[in-house]
Design a protein around this ligand. Structure first.
Ligand SMILES: Cc1ncc(C[n+]2csc(CCOP(=O)(O)OP(=O)(O)O)c2C)c(N)n1
Ligand SMILES: [Mg+2]
Length: 588
């Protein structure tokens, strides 16, 4: 992914009409963000931010607000960080988040973990300092330590005189691959420091350029794939750079290589393509495609398979090309491979394809590839037929399969951008959506639930309402996402979204995990998992109370397509809508 900074037009522009004594570290900080291409500051304010609040107001009073990013008030911090996260995933442009001292930092830390796992750049600022009573209570030994597990870089701004360089440096770290969040702090006194206006050219702080494979590694991998009887590609997040997808398609077609998407959180390969070999999510069975492979190329994946359940054959030759192949952030990680290489997967697959093209084998090789192509197309057609069978409506109950098919039909031709935060319905939903267009379905890539409602705010701001934003979420995920805060902000900033809740009235995830570990334990025997939300929460009403324009609960299969259509129309007219769809309940 190339996390650029396209709005550099303001770079180095002299500051206009700054009142004497009114240019502070806070002004320079905000100005540097704008100069670096940051459009939004998603903010949850506190006693550490008077300098910033004053700088925004002063800019307005002096008539140069356009030289600063726009402030978006987020009453809960999870909304702020998730909005910035989704915005950067969609546009490639890092945004900023302001949170309050240790308290706000603690409130975002889990969600910053999502951005860190998803390798998405975000610049976070939280103040410190002691002038008001509460700040003694909010003082901690190591505020930056609260969040350090989930950021690439953390630093304290100690003077206004280099605050711009520090902002650009932090954004350079955030944007360079593997991209990720960065965290800055400053005491209140430093943020108030008066300065002479100055500018720093952000063009000198660009993200590190994408890396290619060493030529001999491209030859090694290309040679192995071309000679394989059953080559296979496994990927999870190659599609975070949507332009990498056609490059992968070209390589796969060249040698008829099937592609498995493992715990995919981007569209990595078009589902309709006959070489798409299925989605691997949580599974209790061996994937036959993985078992039969003799040469496996893993491209951008944190967990390509879980060997205790599902593994390649012992003789398979594995090659690992990843933007982050050693994964220092995952402490117990090993996927033994013949070769690991750090590279932009787009460049890498193009290099491998070029080698294969120029060194194409003889007729025998071509016959083998053609036979494989035909067999894989047949397998794909059988898989699609099975999915079509499973999604047929039933009279009595809305299955997750039918719901997902209804969503696919609803958004067909609308150019919708789909955000997903589903747990036990994730495979069914992905198989139901059958996404083909790169960048059209995204997930945060982390393990902290509660992203979706704030992410929808960021997504709607990013798309400027040129395409509908549709979130598919669990009822548990929805409750984690501070929905009152998010739907208020969606309304205030004219950033509507459609949320469809796969509502099983509880947490199926922990039940599934317990069944897996204790299939005939006491919890399973008595169906006693403590995971049901009984009495039921009226989830759409929560969003309605905060500003959504439509809230509905659907229990009958026949009502589903009509209600979804109505809800989408409300969103296209400018208000958010939330539809809770009752799928079979988690009972215990
Ligand atoms: C912030 C956070 N807290 C707790 C968990 C643990 N957890 C994983 S799945 C899950 C249940 C989610 O419920 P829902 O979104 O309704 O999906 P379902 O499991 O019902 O498919 C929970 C609580 C988590 N991942 N993140
Ligand atoms: Mg649930």
């Amino acid at each position: 992914m190339n996390f650029g900074a396209p709005h550099l037009a303001r770079c180095g522009a002299p500051v206009k009409n700054v009142g004497v004594g009114n240019y502070t570290t806070s002004t320079a900080f905000l100005e540097a963000l704008a100069e670096a291409g940051v459009t939004y500051v998603f903010a949850n304010l506190g006693s550490d931010h008077p300098g910033l609040i004053e700088a925004f107001a002063q800019a307005k009073a002096d008539g140069w607000t356009d030289a600063l990013p726009k402030l978006v008030v987020c009453p809960h911090e999870v909304v702020a960080i998730s909005a910035a996260h989704a915005y950067a995933m969609i546009t490639g442009e890092a945004q900023a988040v302001l949170v309050h001292v240790d308290s706000g930092t603690a409130n975002i830390t889990g969600a910053v973990g999502n951005a860190f796992r998803g390798r998405v750049p975000v610049l976070i600022f939280a103040g410190t300092g002691r002038t008001e009573f509460i700040q003694w209570i909010q003082d901690v030994r190591d505020q930056r330590g609260i969040i350090r597990n989930y950021v690439k870089y953390d630093q304290e701004i100690r003077s206004g005189r280099n605050v711009k360089q520090l902002v650009h440096r932090a954004l350079q770290v955030a944007r360079s691959e593997p991209a990720g969040p960065v965290y800055l702090t400053a005491v209140r006194e430093v943020m108030e420091e008066g300065l002479e206006p100055y500018s720093v050219d952000p063009a000198g702080f660009g993200a590190v350029a994408p890396a290619a494979l060493a030529p001999e590694v491209a030859v090694e991998i290309g040679t192995a794939l071309a000679a394989a009887e059953h080559p296979l590609i496994v990927t999870s997040y190659l599609g975070r750079d949507p332009s990498a997808v056609p490059s992968l398609v070209a390589l796969a077609e060249l040698l008829a290589i099937p592609v498995v998407e493992a715990m995919a959180y981007h569209v990595n390969f078009p589902f309709d393509h006959p070489l798409h070999a299925g989605f691997q999510f949580h599974s209790v069975a061996q994937n036959p495609v993985l078992a039969e492979a003799d040469v496996i190329l893993v491209l951008d994946s944190d967990v390509p398979w879980i060997p205790a359940i599902n593994k390649p054959s012992p003789g398979a030759a594995i090659y690992y090309v990843d933007v982050d192949p050693v994964k220092p952030q995952i402490t117990t990680w090993y996927t033994p491979a013949r070769r690991f290489a750090a590279a932009s997967t787009k460049l890498a697959v193009e290099q491998i394809a070029e080698f294969v093209r120029e060194n194409a084998g003889g007729q025998a090789d071509r016959d083998r590839v053609d036979r494989r192509r035909a067999a894989l197309a047949e397998r794909h057609a059988r898989a699609v037929a099975a999915l079509e069978e499973a999604e047929q409506p039933r009279e009595d109950v809305i299955t997750a399969e039918y719901l997902s098919a209804c969503v696919r039909r609803l958004i067909e031709g609308t150019g919708a951008l789909v955000l997903t935060e589903l747990v036990t319905s994730s495979k069914v939903a992905t198989e139901g959506l059958r996404p083909n267009e790169p960048g059209s379905v995204i997930h945060h890539g982390g393990g902290y639930l509660g992203w979706s409602s704030g992410a929808a705010l960021g997504a709607a701001l990013a798309t400027g309402r040129t395409r509908p934003v549709v979130s598919l979420v669990g009822d548990g995920s929805f409750l984690f996402s501070a929905p009152a805060s998010a739907f208020w902000a969606q309304r205030r900033y004219d950033a509507p979204s459609l949320t469809i809740i796969y509502d099983n009235r509880g947490w199926a995830g922990p039940k599934f995990s317990t069944m897996h570990v204790h299939p005939s334990g006491a919890a399973a025997t008595a169906d006693d998992f403590n995971v049901s939300f009984d009495p039921e929460v009226d989830l759409p009403a929560v969003a309605m109370a905060a500003g959504a324009g439509l809230g509905a609960t659907v229990t009958l299969p026949a009502d589903l397509p009509g209600t979804l259509k109505e809800a989408l129309a409300v969103v296209q007219d400018g208000r958010s809508a939330v539809v809770s769809v009752h799928i079979p309940p988690v009972r215990a």
